[in-house]
Design a binder for this molecule. Structure first.
Ligand SMILES: Nc1ncnc2c1ncn2[C@@H]1O[C@H](COP(=O)(O)OP(=O)(O)OP(=O)(O)O)[C@@H](O)[C@H]1O
Length: 311
């Protein structure tokens, strides 16, 4: 059984009148990446900031390796590395100057700082930029420096708030790869509003909406749980609408062009068989058929109709 490194118990927080998060509970297991997925304003940053002891929660408790973050923040923070949504970089410093500053802030003994810098820089692929001023690095490399400061003290848990936000597609791929490498030695929790980010990097997923957990399980369970409810077909000629509407399970038909059609259905994905069958019967030359992945909004709509499993 996997060891638990962090426990979030009945966590609630309100800044003013409304609850930003309400009664959230989950565990973070040792090693691997947990994705916290939610749309803007769902409560991801609030949860992360409480987890890292940046703000104190209104209710509930957070334990890192058994240490209560609210009651013993100094000890708890030694176990956590944090890269907030806006990386806390000092752009006028060189990589070495900045990471040395971070090492001091993390109370790393003076004689261990060089070793800590070398290890973090190697892990994050920035050793060759040691003397480079941060403002002269690309966004992707600045984010690597942000990740290096998060692991400078070799924490057991690394918390990353929207770590690929604002990066270009190539930088996103590189940073995701690096996050996976970082998670080989420790636990990582990352927040994002992009489903594909979680699918590309995480083993477990927690979906949060309006401050509540709406789904919590493995990524594998999530992929099996979320069923597509639209598919696209492409034919060589326009088929009669009434024939498509008569297929069992079809709820709506949208013509994207004369020959490309989106079919909404409320039965299982086996509806593809019925569609192929009617194409054969009616001699409609079918050139393409595929199930569409649900959008985040679509998934939230599906989840709200189903009973939600939690970790
Ligand atoms: N300092 C604050 N004062 C008042 N309300 C806040 C504050 N910070 C966040 N909120 C509110 O709390 C709720 C949750 O915000 P939070 O930033 O945690 O969401 P999020 O999922 O991280 O969204 P985003 O991706 O946009 O950062 C939102 O309604 C937000 O407006």
């Amino acid at each position: 059984m996997k060891q638990i490194i962090a426990q979030i118990q009945n966590l609630s927080h309100r800044y003013t009148k409304d609850w930003a998060v309400k009664n959230i509970s989950f565990d973070i297991t040792e090693k691997g990446i947990l994705g916290l997925l939610g749309s803007n304003g769902a409560g991801k940053s609030t949860t992360m900031n409480i987890l890292c002891g940046v703000i104190n929660q209104t209710e509930g408790e957070v334990f890192i390796d058994g240490i209560n973050v609210r009651k013993n923040p100094v000890e708890a923070k030694k176990l956590i590395g944090f890269l907030p949504q806006k990386a806390p970089l000092h752009l006028e410093l060189t990589v070495d100057e900045y990471l040395t500053h971070c090492a001091y802030m993390r109370s790393i003994p003076k004689d261990k700082i060089k070793e800590a810098l070398t290890r973090a820089k190697e892990k994050c692929g920035i050793s060759h930029f040691s003397k480079r001023v941060l403002s002269n690095l690309s966004g992707g490399y600045q984010q690597r420096v942000g990740l290096a400061q998060a692991i400078i003290h070799n924490p057991k848990l690394v918390v990353l708030d929207e770590p690929t936000n604002g990066l270009d597609p190539n930088q996103i791929i590189e940073v995701r790869k690096l996050i996976k490498e970082i998670a080989e030695d420790r636990s990582v929790i990352l927040s994002t509003h992009i489903l594909s980010e979680v699918q590309a990097t995480c083993h477990d997923i927690i979906m949060i909406e309006h401050g509540h957990i709406v789904f919590a399980d493995t990524m594998h369970a999530f992929d099996n749980y979320i069923e597509p409810n639209t598919l696209i077909i492409e034919l060589e000629a326009k088929p009669p609408l009434e024939d498509l509407n008569q297929i069992e399970g079809v709820t709506r038909v949208d013509f994207l062009s004369d020959t490309k059609i989106r079919i909404h259905f409320n039965s299982g994905p086996e509806i593809t068989k019925s569609i192929i069958q009617i194409c054969v019967e009616k001699a409609w030359p079918l050139t393409e058929i595929y199930l569409e992945k649900s959008s985040l909004d679509g998934i939230f709509a599906q989840l709200s109709k189903k009973q939600t499993p939690t970790l």
